[in-house]
Design a protein around this ligand. Structure first.
Ligand code: EPZ
Length: 425
C-alpha cells in the first residue's frame, strides 16, 4: 500500500513569536555543484535539510563524491576522488537543481553527460542559454538517447551575452569560466543573491570573479581551486513565505536569519497592502498584519524585482485583500498552478495567460486541496492558515523539496498544522 503525506491545517490562528529562516535552497544546490569543481574538501554552514538537497547528494554520491557529514546544518563534502561525469538521475527525480553540474563538470573534467533537465510543472525550463554560453567557451554539445553530452578539449575565455539574465545559465558560466584559460566576461548576467553567494564561495576557493557594471561578471580563470568553508545566506523565499503567513493571519512575527536587502520587493508589497514591516538590525524583519488589508499589484521580474518564487504566496494573500489585485507572472509560463485550488476555497481569480486578476473576498473556506509544485503548495498552506475550518493540503512532498520542516516553524508560531500520512487515494 502506498502512502502520501498531507498537512492538516486548522485555520483562524494568528501567528506570533520569532522564527529563524533556514539557509537558501537556491544557494546550496549550485554550491554543491561548485564543490565538484573545487576538487577538495569543502564545508557549508546554515544548510537546509530539504529533499531537493538530499536528492542531489544521493546523485553526486553515485558520481564519486564523498558526503563526509551533514550534521546541524553543516555539510562537508570531499570531491578529491575521481568523479563520474555521467550523471544518472537514479531516483527518477526530475531535479532542476542538477543543472549547475554541467558547468562544474565541464570546468573540472571538460565533459558532462546529464539526463534531460527540462520541464517541470511551472514551465518548459529550457537550457538554450546555458548551451549557447558554454558553446561559446568551446563546448561541443549533442543530445544522445535523451542525454545531453557536453565535451570540450579546453574551455576558452570569451565574452558571453545572455539574452535573458538566467540564474542557472549565469551560474553554469561562472563555474566553467572559473577554471577556463583566460578571462571570461558575462554580460546581462543574473543578479540574484544566490549568484553572489556562489561567487563568494568560489572566490574563497581561489577563483577570481568580480562584478562588472552593468549586470556583468569578469572571471579570470585559474588552473585549480582549493577547499573552503562558507556559510550560506538565508532563504529569501522561505522568509517571504513566513512574512506572508504572518500578514494573512494578522499576526506579529520576527523572522531572523535573513538579509533585508534580499527581500525589499516583498517588504514594499506587504507595506502597500497596509501590513507593517520593520527591518531589525542586519538579519531580521518584523511583520505585523492588519485585520483589513488593501489590494496591490505585482509583476514578477528578475532580482531586484519581485521574485517569481514569492508570487504564489502573495497571490494567496491577495485573495483576502479589500479590492482587486493584478498579478503578472513574467518569468515562468505556468506558475498559477495553485489558483484552481484557491478557487475551490472560495477565492475569486480570473487568469488570462500571464495575468491573474484577483477580486478580494471576505473569507476562504477550508477544503481538501492538492499541492502541484513547491511554491504553489506553500500558497495553499497560507490559504489554509487563514481559512475557516480545517484544510487538508495533499502531496506535500512538493513543499518538502524547498522548505525545511515548514510545519514545525509554523507550529512554533502558534499555527495548528500537523503532518499526517494517509493511504494514497
Ligand atoms: C532558478 O531557476 C531557481 N532555481 C528558481 O527557483 C527560480 O524561480 C529561478 O531561478 C528564477 O529566479 C534554482 O536556483 C535551483 P532561470 P532557473 O534560468 O535557473 C528561461 C524555486 O521555486 N530560460 O533564471 O531554472 C526560463 O524558462 C525555483 O525555488 C530560458 O529561456 O531559472 C524561465 O522562463 C523555481 N533559457 C526564465 O528564463 C535558458 O537557458 C528564468 O529561468 C534558461 C532559462
Amino acid at each position: 500500500m502506498t502512502t502520501e503525506q498531507s498537512f492538516l491545517i486548522e485555520g483562524g490562528n494568528s501567528l506570533h513569536g520569532s522564527v529563524r529562516c533556514s539557509g537558501a535552497k537556491n544557494s546550496i544546490l549550485p554550491l554543491v555543484a561548485a564543490a565538484i569543481a573545487v576538487r577538495d574538501v569543502v564545508s557549508f554552514q546554515n544548510v537546509p535539510d530539504i529533499s531537493d538537497l538530499q536528492s542531489l547528494l544521493t546523485l553526486i554520491q553515485a558520481m564519486g563524491v564523498k558526503v563526509v557529514s551533514f550534521i546541524d546544518g553543516e555539510l562537508v563534502l570531499d570531491t578529491r576522488g575521481p568523479i563520474e561525469t555521467h550523471v544518472e538521475n537514479t531516483n527518477g527525480y526530475s531535479l532542476r537543481g542538477t543543472q549547475t553540474l554541467v558547468g562544474a563538470l565541464l570546468g573540472r573534467e571538460h565533459r558532462a553527460m546529464l539526463p534531460s533537465l527540462g520541464g517541470c510543472s511551472i514551465g518548459a525550463r529550457p537550457i538554450d542559454l546555458h548551451i549557447k554560453g558554454l558553446r561559446a567557451m568551446g563546448t561541443q554539445f549533442e543530445w544522445k538517447d535523451g542525454y545531453l553530452i557536453g565535451q570540450a578539449t579546453a574551455l576558452k575565455a570569451c565574452d558571453v551575452y545572455l539574452d535573458f539574465p538566467s540564474v542557472g545559465a549565469t551560474e553554469n558560466l561562472l563555474l566553467a569560466a572559473a577554471l577556463a584559460e583566460g578571462t571570461t566576461r558575462v554580460f546581462n548576467a543574473a543578479q540574484e543573491p544566490e549568484v553572489y553567494d556562489l561567487i563568494s564561495f568560489l572566490n574563497k576557493a581561489g577563483a577570481r570573479i568580480v562584478p562588472v557594471f552593468p549586470f556583468g561578471f569578469r572571471i579570470e580563470g585559474v588552473a585549480q581551486l582549493h577547499g573552503a568553508s562558507h556559510r550560506i545566506i538565508g532563504d529569501r523565499i522561505e522568509a517571504s513565505t513566513l512574512m506572508v503567513a504572518t500578514a494573512i493571519t494578522q499576526g506579529e512575527v520576527t523572522i531572523t536569519g535573513i538579509d533585508a536587502r534580499h527581500i525589499w520587493s516583498i517588504i514594499a508589497k506587504l507595506r502597500e497592502t497596509g501590513a507593517m514591516v520593520e527591518v531589525e538590525g542586519d538579519d531580521a524583519v518584523v511583520v505585523k498584519g492588519v485585520p483589513e488589508y488593501r489590494s496591490t499589484d505585482i509583476r514578477t521580474l528578475t532580482f531586484p524585482g519581485y521574485a517569481t518564487d514569492a508570487q504564489p504566496p502573495m497571490t494567496a494573500y491577495l485573495t483576502l485583500a479589500r479590492g482587486n489585485s493584478v498579478v503578472v507572472e513574467s518569468i515562468f509560463e505556468n506558475r498559477f498552478g495553485a489558483i484552481l485550488e484557491l478557487e475551490r476555497m472560495g477565492a475569486r481569480i480570473k487568469v488570462s495567460e500571464e495575468t491573474a486578476i484577483i477580486e478580494g473576498v471576505e473569507s476562504l473556506n477550508s477544503a481538501t486541496v492538492q499541492a502541484k509544485d513547491l511554491r504553489g503548495g506553500a500558497a495553499l498552506v497560507l490559504a489554509g492558515l487563514a481559512a475557516h475550518g480545517t484544510t487538508t493540503v495533499k502531496s506535500i512532498q512538493h513543499i518538502d523539496r524547498g522548505y525545511e520542516a515548514l510545519e514545525s516553524k509554523l507550529f512554533q508560531l502558534g499555527a495548528h498544522v500537523t503532518r499526517v500520512t494517509q493511504p494514497e487515494a
